[in-house]
Design a binder for this molecule. Structure first.
Ligand code: PMP
Length: 385
């Protein structure tokens, strides 16, 4: 692995291309930020600010349909799938799913694999029963189950899991669950970072603010069979059918977030070339940062076991935890921002979402090596208990 010299933040970086490793809202492609910045003042063929264009205009209807078409193309979604552009974040999906699909006398299978899936388990209890098909809490959420570890109910109303645990940096690299049970997945922090075999899923959701846009938009992909099986009357805003019937304009949608997402989708298809090249780029990026951990002889310690490491969120500690604050502040002074770990586990978290460049990851890896070289007396794996 060859690392370039670490450069000071002030050299050649503007505020919008400083290396942004934030866990979300996070980095967006610079070309998108530039276009948005100009269009905040005026969308040229509309002679209006982007923020002042009606959601009932032909212009916005075209934005919604192009967003949907691009998602369909990128993910190979056939006509059986509906694409819904919703609000309320992924947290609202934690509630809407059981509200619509979990009957009082029935139960759904859930995986508890980290901070966010633990959160996903609370609201279902208002509507029915939850079976934990696997619980990673006793092992500190440092690993994920294999299929053989799961206690699955073939009669479950649905099976819910999170493909990438954003806080702990754990990612499924295979698809858990039984193919006969509707499979629902929160892909908030790895959506569109790699191809997805959608035929294995029945409902997929992801908020925009990691890989695909600003906060405010949540994308729900849902099969016709699920729309049809809604089991109880729910408030109108929480009824997937209303959003499907209104083509995602049931009420005033987050117009800015949807348009920004469309620009990111154009970048992903046009500039990057789609999900295969995006996934290859994301693997190279993650290799750079995990490489810096793995060659540090224990100076840096990865949180997740290697086989379940996330390509999106690289979480680690310094063997000498008292140095973490210095690490973060020096990283910031080199323009490497957003690296603090989640408040629940601390440490360092480098989020390598789609718009984070390989150059940014090289800079981070180089900084890590250089920081280690300046702190040689810190314990290494040989000293570790
Ligand atoms: N699921 C995952 C995997 C997340 O990372 C988050 C937040 N980062 C959520 C759900 C909650 O999302 P929101 O804040 O959009 O409700």
């Amino acid at each position: 692995m060859t690392n370039p010299e670490v450069i000071p933040a002030s050299e050649g970086l503007t505020a919008c291309n400083t290396h942004n490793f934030s866990a979300g809202p996070g980095s967006l492609p610079e070309c998108v930020l530039h276009q948005l910045s100009a269009e905040l003042l005026e969308v040229s063929d509309q002679s209006l600010s982007l923020l002042g264009i009606s959601h009932r205009s032909d212009w916005f209807a075209a934005v919604v349909s192009e967003t949907e078409e691009r998602l369909r193309r990128l993910l190979l979604l056939d006509a059986d799938w509906h694409v819904l552009l919703l609000q309320g974040g992924s947290s609202l999906q934690f509630s809407m799913i059981p509200m619509n699909y979990l009957a009082k006398e029935a139960s759904a299978d859930y995986l508890k694999t980290g901070y966010w899936s633990r959160r996903s388990l609370q609201d279902p209890l208002l509507f029915g029963a939850v079976r934990l098909a696997w619980d990673g809490e006793p092992s500190g959420f440092t690993c994920l189950p294999s299929q053989a570890d799961l206690d699955l109910d073939p009669e479950a109303s649905y099976f819910h899991y999170i493909s990438n645990e954003t806080v702990e940096g754990l990612q499924f690299h295979s698809i858990p669950g039984l193919d006969g049970v509707p499979r629902f997945c929160d892909m908030s922090s790895d959506f569109l970072s790699r191809p997805v075999p959608v035929d294995r899923f029945d409902l997929i959701y992801a908020h925009a603010q990691k890989n695909i846009g600003p906060a405010g938009l949540t994308i729900v992909l849902i099969r016709q069979s699920q729309i049809e099986r809604q089991l109880r009357q729910v408030p109108s805003m929480l009824d997937y059918r209303n959003h499907r019937n209104a083509h995602s304009i049931f009420n005033t949608p987050p117009t800015f977030a949807i348009y920004a997402t469309l620009l990111v989708l154009r970048w992903l298809e046009g500039d990057v070339g789609g999900l295969e090249p995006m996934a290859a780029r994301n693997e190279r990026k993650a290799d750079l940062v995990y490489g810096a951990i793995d060659t540090s002889h224990g100076f840096y310690r990865g949180f997740a076991v290697p086989e379940n490491r996330s390509l999106m969120n690289v979480c680690f500690n310094l063997a000498n935890e008292s140095l973490e604050h210095t690490f973060l502040s020096e990283a910031a002074s080199h323009g490497l921002l957003g690296l603090s770990g989640h408040r629940s586990i601390g440490g360092i978290r480098a989020s390598l979402y789609n718009a984070v460049s390989e150059a940014s990851c090289q800079q981070l890896a180089a900084f890590m090596a250089e920081f280690q070289a300046r702190h040689p007396s810190t314990p290494t794996s040989a000293d570790a208990p």
